[in-house]
Design a protein around this ligand. Structure first.
Ligand code: NAD
Ligand code: SF4
Length: 444
């Protein structure tokens, strides 16, 4: 059993209340930081921990924090990105609804480190019940003197607000989120300038994912060096994985980074294997934005070694033989899954969610959806298969934000690894479009 740094107490009755959370050691990191550490010392511990952004990009958190411009007298902000919307990803929702005080504690400790006096949690609009849980927990933290003026007599003051989005996936992109928080339409901004220089209200801002902010709590409590002892190489600590799809035990697992993918899928400690005794066909390892990999490549690297649940091992080989850890949305597909249908389904999502600012994304996601619809419904041609790869290539690198690539890469990867399935849809349209049909033959 690996260590549970975030979820050790998640099943304790009443842990969502201040009193029970406090009884289980809650808010120690705030006491430690505000009473015994300078803000720079907190940043230093986060740097030493090797913590990387848990929202999907894996950017080193300590480095991001140290980029924050610090001109005297200028307000700066810590904004928590709780707009979890990546298909296959549902870990932050669970963390916030069960352990709201863990996030609040991380927000206080993090805001102190960054010198923020006002901080925000921007939460996905559909999660109204979680917003209410957070608001209740924030009120408890104010009442207990952990938020507001002169926290614990330290001289440090902080106000924390929760702000709901209105249901747009794009508002999870950090600059679209900031626009939305400012009351505008959630269109992504060009970067640079990065938020660390010009963020909320054009002030220096750090935007971190829920899980990243929660991880600051054990890092400050136990020290960055201790945290860095967990994991493998540059993938330190623990990571929440939301496992779904055709698994015997789908759910949310806190794993120590470095668990072999094979063990994660098949061992009883984690997902318990593929349901109904079927064989695994493919995995999308890090949420729908990352390339799909067939069974052989998700279990072993190109060099034949065990693939591990780490940032490095999952991306080993780039987009030809690798994928990404991403947001930890692990989607397993059994042998009955139709890859063409699945790819079309994801493209519908990205087309619907494109904000429409850049032509390659606005038009390209529409083309991908239309041509994939054609292929899935038995009206496609061999030329269409090359057409979607060509459209994907024209989106890549030509857009303001990563949504374009998130739409393009999975399509390119699906054709690269499962071209035979796309071709089967062209050559056997009647069979391929029968209800529940999926290609089960050997690659051609
Ligand atoms: P990114 O790599 O552009 O940026 C990562 C972070 O590092 C950002 O906060 C950025 O501001 C910062 N950064 C990067 N370079 C910097 C520099 N030079 N100076 C200062 N700061 C710098 O990636 P991103 O757009 O933040 O995230 C993309 C990822 O989000 C995707 O890979 C996907 O996995 C994930 N995603 C997650 C969800 C979800 O619901 N969790 C939804 C969609 C996408
Ligand atoms: Fe909008 Fe797509 Fe451009 Fe992102 S890539 S800014 S979602 S049009």
């Amino acid at each position: 059993m690996g260590r549970k740094l975030l979820t050790e107490h998640i099943n304790v009755e009443g842990i969502e209340t201040f009193d029970v959370y406090r009884k289980h050691g809650g808010y120690r990191s705030v006491e430690k930081a505000l009473k015994t550490m300078t803000p720079d010392e907190v940043v230093e511990e986060v740097k030493k921990s090797g913590l990387r952004g848990r929202g999907g990009a894996g950017f080193p958190t300590g480095m991001k924090w140290s980029f924050l411009a610090k001109p005297e007298g200028v307000p700066r902000y810590l904004v928590c990105n709780a707009d979890e919307s990546e298909p296959g990803t549902f870990k932050d929702r669970q963390l916030m609804s069960k352990l709201p005080h863990l996030l609040i504690e991380g927000m206080i400790t993090g805001s102190y480190a960054l010198g923020a006096r006002t901080s925000y949690i921007y939460i996905r609009g559909e999660l109204l019940y979680v917003l209410r849980i957070l608001e209740k927990a924030i009120a408890e933290a104010y009442a207990a003197g952990f938020l507001g003026e002169n926290i614990l007599g330290s001289g440090y003051s902080l106000d924390l607000h929760v702000h709901p989005g209105a249901g747009a996936y794009i508002c999870g992109e950090e600059t679209a989120l900031l626009e939305s928080l400012e009351g505008k339409r959630g269109n992504p901004r060009n970067k640079p300038p990065f938020p660390a220089v010009q963020g909320l209200y054009a002030r220096p801002t750090v935007v971190n994912n829920v899980e990243t902010i929660a991880a600051v709590v054990p890092i400050v409590n136990e020290g960055g060096d201790e945290y860095a002892k967990l994991g493998v190489g540059k993938s330190t600590g623990t990571k929440l994985i939301s496992a779904c799809g055709h698994l015997n035990k789908p759910g949310i697992y806190e794993i120590e980074l470095g668990v072999p993918v094979e063990e994660f899928i098949y061992s009883d400690e984690y997902c318990g294997g593929i349901w109904k005794g079927r064989d695994l066909k493919a995995v999308v390892a890090g949420g729908s934005s990352v390339p799909i990999l067939p069974k052989e490549l998700i279990l072993k690297t190109a060099a034949g070694e065990n693939r591990l649940m780490t940032y490095e091992s999952l991306s080993d080989g780039g987009f030809i033989t690798g994928t990404m850890l991403g947001s930890g949305g692990f989607i397993a597909m059994d042998e009955t899954t139709c890859i063409v249908k699945n790819t079309w389904n994801f493209s519908r999502f990205y087309h619907h969610e494109s904000c429409g600012q850049c032509s390659p994304c606005r038009e390209g996601t529409g083309w991908l959806e239309k041509v994939l619809h054609r292929l899935e419904h038995g009206h496609g041609s061999m030329h269409d298969i090359d057409l979607i790869v060509s459209v994907a290539k024209q989106i890549e690198g030509n857009t303001i934000c990563p949504l374009g690539e998130a739409a393009a890469w999975p399509v390119a990867a699906a054709v690269r690894h499962f071209r035979h399935e796309f071709e089967w849809h062209v050559t056997n349209p009647k069979e391929a479009t029968a209800p529940g049909a999926a290609y089960r033959g050997a690659p051609v």
